[in-house]
Design a protein around this ligand. Structure first.
Ligand SMILES: [Zn+2]
Length: 150
């Protein structure tokens, strides 16, 4: 069989490959060693190959949103944290919400992360947010300048 379909381990999209090749490069930029992945379908027909790749990607796209990479996820965490903060009136509960969202999304967070949330919020200084978190023991410092929600 000349061709096969693989699924990229990085972006999850299907790709048609020549079975004889050793490596291929996905549209997301990931170089894939074919010996490391399973060929999902084997065929001698380029037409059948193209069709099964299209079908596989259509069902992948239909099932979940297109992979967007880390940067987008991080940016979302900040607006998510700001959004959570906006829904809380109590100033202590508000910073608590921010630290909990950041910790959940990123594992831990820094002053830089707080600044980004503060920028979205508009009326709070990151320094004040952190001071409030520390004052009320809502976070602990895992290493210098790195914090986690308690
Ligand atoms: Zn990929």
């Amino acid at each position: 069989m000349k061709y096969g379909v693989i699924v990229c381990p990085k972006c999850g999209m299907a790709k048609g490959v020549e079975a004889a090749k050793k490596t291929t490069t996905c549209q997301c930029g990931r170089e894939i060693e074919l010996s490391h992945v399973r060929l999902q379908l084997r065929t001698d027909s380029p037409l059948e190959l193209a069709k099964s790749v299209a079908d596989a990607n259509a069902s992948i796209r239909g099932g979940k949103p297109m992979p967007t990479g880390k940067k987008r996820g991080r940016r979302d965490a900040y607006s998510f944290a700001a959004e959570a903060a906006r829904q809380v009136r109590d100033p202590i509960e508000r910073v608590k919400a921010v630290s909990e969202v950041l910790t959940k999304a990123k594992g831990e967070f820094t002053m830089d992360d707080l600044r980004r949330v503060a920028t979205i919020l508009g009326k709070e200084e990151a320094e004040d947010l952190l001071a409030r978190l520390l004052e009320h023991n809502l976070v602990y410092e895992t290493s210098a300048g790195v914090y986690r929600a308690v």
